[in-house]
Design a protein around this ligand. Structure first.
Ligand code: DAH
Length: 344
């Protein structure tokens, strides 16, 4: 009897294709009037042996049928919901959220393009530097008061073990521990040294990069900011070249309504040293340090100071961005406020 029910059920369930028929099948096999229910109900009339035999079998079959029905129900529902996705093709699409280029990235890219158009190469260098490149080779020896111009983040390093470095001729040389101290570069000028050690003039490069200063933070000072270094070295390089390059650069960046002032100044790695001021509105702004590369710098990279001349300049990228986009506070670049970033 139970075998027969099972056999017929198995056959019929295969032919079910919709929910209505499935429900009918359920009633037929598990409903009050179904054969199986009748059997279960009438168990009490059977002898105890028969009851013990048929009872568990009938219960088991009921469970099996229930499981199969539930499975089928799920299948049919899934199929139905797939068929019934109603698409409203007139509904406006959701706006895709776009990222924003950071203003510093944006202006750096623009600066790169301007210098590339003037045939400069773009070079980069490490943010973790040693004392030699950041200071000594730039004519800022230990204990020189000029070091005070750059408040420095010094890094803890092992002491006493001298390290080996490849020198300009490709020979290994031991570097005395005086040069060993590591720091976060305070300017992009050390890349001048690194580049000259590995290249011969003539060349003209710019070096954009991140720099660090151990300073109190305020609206115009950050412990971390960006600079752009420039270096032109060749036989007949002069301040006249510098003037034309830099005026062209600022005109391309800020437009033609700009005035320039070149003032004498001091930086250990240039002689003479100067500062560039620009006037866009009514005020003069100090914008850039520059000068003719000091012969001691050429000595440090083993160029002959009597054969080559160079001009070098350094400018703060943050400051250029603040002027160009009229941003009052340098800290806005770094606090991650999306209301600020989204304006660019
Ligand atoms: N390195 C200087 C600084 O961080 C900026 C600078 C001044 C760079 C004069 C130069 C230069 O190349 O000639 O304040």
């Amino acid at each position: 009897m139970l075998e027969k029910i099972k056999k017929f059920f198995s056959k019929e369930i295969k032919e079910i294709g919709d929910l209505k028929n499935l429900e009918q099948l359920r009633v037929k096999y598990l409903g009050r009037k179904s054969e199986l229910t009748q059997i279960l109900r009438s168990l009490k009339n059977f002898s105890i042996e028969k009851r013990r035999k048929i009872g568990p079998q009938a219960q088991k079959l009921k469970k099996e049928i229930e499981i199969i029905l539930t499975k089928k129900l799920k299948e049919l529902k899934a199929k139905n919901s797939k068929l019934k996705v109603d698409i409203d093709i007139t509904r406006p699409g959701e706006k895709i959220k776009l990222g924003h280029i950071h203003p510093l990235t944006k202006i750096e890219e623009e600066i790169r393009q301007i210098f590339l158009s003037m045939n400069f190469s773009v070079v980069e260098g490490p943010e973790v530097e040693n004392e030699h490149y950041n200071f000594d080779a730039l004519n800022i020896p230990p204990n020189h008061p000029a070091r005070d111009m750059w408040d420095t983040f010094w890094l803890k390093t092992q002491t006493n073990t001298d390290y080996t470095q490849i020198d300009t001729e490709g020979l290994y040389k031991s570097v005395s521990s005086q040069y060993k101290s590591m720091l976060l570069r305070t300017h992009t000028s050390p890349v001048q040294i690194r580049y000259m050690e590995t290249h011969n003039p003539p060349f003209q490069i710019i070096v954009p990069g991140r720099v660090f200063r151990y300073e109190a933070i305020d609206a115009s000072h950050e412990i971390n900011f960006y600079q752009l270094e420039g270096l032109i070295v060749g036989e007949n390089v002069s301040l006249a070249n510098f003037k034309s390059v830099i005026e062209e650069f600022f005109r391309k960046l800020f437009g033609n309504k700009i005035e320039f002032r070149f003032r004498p100044s001091y930086f250990p790695f240039v002689e003479p040293g100067l500062e560039v001021d620009i006037k866009l509105g009514k005020d003069w702004l100090e914008i850039m340090g520059a000068g003719m590369v000091h012969r001691k710098v050429f000595d440090a990279v083993r160029y002959n100071p009597n054969e080559v001349r160079g001009i070098a300049f350094g400018v703060g990228i943050d400051r250029l961005a603040m002027i160009k986009y009229n941003i009052p506070d340098i800290r806005l670049f770094y606090n991650g406020d999306l209301r600020f970033i989204k304006q660019f």
